[in-house]
Structure formats: structure tokens, C-alpha cells
Write a protein of this length. Structure first.
Length: 90
């Protein structure tokens, strides 16, 4: 797997992956394209957002959405969402 920094051109693929992962067991959520797009767009629009994608054979199979938080002596990275294609979770 190769890891790259997330850009907005990856949004649609990440939305589809998010829905695939979280609408499946054990979560069995009811995400739609609209709600997942809103969620991931809200994260990516944060001023301190940093995201990553994992790619195998030109397919996004993993994503990490987080942000930098200022602390008194440095910055920390907080992960808000991390998801991996069900077929690559083992």
C-alpha cells in the first residue's frame, strides 16, 4: 500500500469507501452519499485538516481524516475518522 496526502479530488472515492465500510457489519450504519459527503467535507474544510489515503492498484482502500491541534509546546494530530476497505482489514 502506498500512502498519499488527501486532496479534494479524492472526495468521491473516500465517500464511497466510507459508506461501504460503515454500512457493513459490525456498524450497520445508514450513510448515504449526501450525508457521508457532508461529513468528510466538513472535516476537509477545517483550517488544520490533514488527511491521508492508502492506495493499492490505483484504488483507495484506506483513509484517515484528522486535524492538528495546538498545544502549549507543540501541535498534536488527532484522528477523527479512519477507515479501511472491508476486504483489506485482516
Amino acid at each position: 500500500m502506498k500512502v498519499f496526502k488527501y486532496t479534494n479530488e479524492h472526495l468521491e472515492s473516500c465517500v464511497n469507501l466510507y459508506i461501504k465500510v460503515f454500512n457493513a457489519p459490525p456498524w450497520n450504519d445508514k450513510w448515504t452519499s449526501e450525508t457521508a459527503t457532508k461529513l468528510l467535507t466538513n472535516f476537509s474544510n477545517m483550517p488544520s485538516f490533514i488527511g491521508f489515503i492508502g492506495i493499492i492498484e490505483n484504488q483507495i482502500i484506506a483513509a484517515c481524516f484528522g486535524y492538528k491541534k495546538m498545544w502549549w509546546n507543540n501541535e498534536e494530530y488527532f484522528i477523527e475518522e479512519m477507515f479501511v476497505d472491508n476486504e483489506h482489514q485482516d
